[in-house]
Design a protein around this ligand. Structure first.
Ligand code: PLP
Length: 363
């Protein structure tokens, strides 16, 4: 330190990353489920290599990720965003290249389409746990119809408890995890009653994977954010602030009355305002020193494309302590979205940039 890197830049603290990875690995072991981590957070083969055991599968959110990880030798891939016919060409190329690609659907229409297609894809039925996004409810008649259409292509039932993000603290998240488990177990029972066996029961979000008390019957979980953690997870009680492994290195470029202007704006941090729903609202990010020590009360109050305005919660910011050209770090509200703005990680080890890891962008 100081880091020999142009700003703004995405830093990744290797030791925090490693402890986040091992903590989730032990959770999965203790709960008796496989880990199928969601690589949409890191989009990096270097992170995957630190995490994955030989032959272990991953979850992805884009076909570009599926192609990237397949190219780097990961073959068991679940593309966990609803499939549609326009994706058939790239999916079939992945399979032809040797990937074991599975997709998710939540309609009879797409189940029938996939069953009639010549695509050798595994298919998971998406189950709705809490009404937040997609999925068929376990007691909806379309569940049995869709599964029957799929026949042997059916790999299992999966759900994502997006509602866990509205919880207040660990007890509520434990309940959300119980509902997430109950949804896939109920769907499996229902299909079993109709003579349709279900091999895979997949659940997962970072909050529910962290606080699930019991995953009996579940075969795998798919958390993603846990790798890096972020301010939103800290606000939920999922992690502490010092577990957050990524930050944006920024330079002070100007002073206003009682405020700093930095060179990390909306494009380097994202416009994510998820902590606005939590007791501590971090604006567009929380400030740390260049060494990574949190600076009490300092946050990004506003952003434009390339500018961030840094203020103190109580108005007491000594701008003279941060001369133009000095550097700070910003912790993200939502790690996946902030990381998505950057093409590489500057990996910090023992207070130095030890390596640069590329990361995938685009679709
Ligand atoms: N599975 C699916 C289908 C998801 O959409 C997501 C996140 O959006 C995850 C797993 C991972 O959850 P989290 O982002 O809480 O780690």
């Amino acid at each position: 330190m100081p880091f020999d890197v142009d700003t703004p830049a995405l830093l990744l603290d290797r030791s925090r990353l490693q402890s986040n990875l091992s903590r989730m690995r032990s959770r999965a072991q203790r709960l008796g489920v496989r880990l199928r981590p969601h690589m949409k957070t890191a989009k990096s083969i270097d992170v995957a290599r630190l995490l994955l055991e030989p032959g272990e599968g991953i979850t992805v959110s884009t076909l570009a990720e599926a192609e990237y990880f397949a190219r780097h030798g990961v073959s068991d891939i679940l593309y966990a965003v609803g499939f549609e016919p326009g994706k058939a060409r790239r999916a079939s190329q992945l399979v032809a290249g040797g990937a074991d690609l599975a997709v998710i659907v939540d309609s009879v229409e797409m189940a029938a389409w996939l069953a009639e297609s010549q695509l050798a894809l595994g298919v998971w039925l998406e189950i709705d746990t809490d009404g937040t996004r997609c999925g068929i409810s376990p007691d909806d008649g379309r569940l049995v119809e869709a599964a029957a259409r799929l026949g042997p292509a059916l790999r299992g039932v999966m759900t994502h408890a997006g509602g866990a993000y509205a919880c207040h603290g660990p007890d509520e998240i434990t309940d959300a995890a119980a509902r997430e488990r109950a949804a896939v177990v109920a769907a499996t029972r229902r299909l079993g009653d109709h003579g349709i066996p279900v091999a895979g029961l997949s659940i997962g979000s970072t909050p529910t994977a962290t606080f699930a008390a019991d995953l009996a019957g579940v075969t795998e979980m798919r958390p993603g954010v846990f790798m890096f953690q972020d301010l939103y997870q800290a606000g939920l009680g999922v992690c502490s602030i010092d577990a957050i492994a990524i930050s944006v290195l920024t330079a002070v470029i100007g002073h206003r009355t009682g405020e700093l202007v930095v060179d990390a704006g909306a494009l380097a941090l994202s416009l994510d305002r998820s902590t606005a729903r939590q007791p501590v609202d971090w604006g567009f990010g929380a400030l740390c020193s260049e060494a990574g020590e949190p600076i009490d009360g300092l946050y990004v109050r506003a952003v434009t494309q390339e500018h961030g305005i840094v203020a103190h919660r109580d108005g007491g910011l000594d701008v003279g302590a941060h001369p133009i050209g000095s550097r700070l770090r910003i912790l993200p509200n939502h790690a996946c979205i902030t990381a998505a703005a950057h093409a590489r990680y500057h990996v910090i080890d023992h207070d130095d940039v030890a390596e640069v890891w590329p990361r995938l962008t685009g679709w």
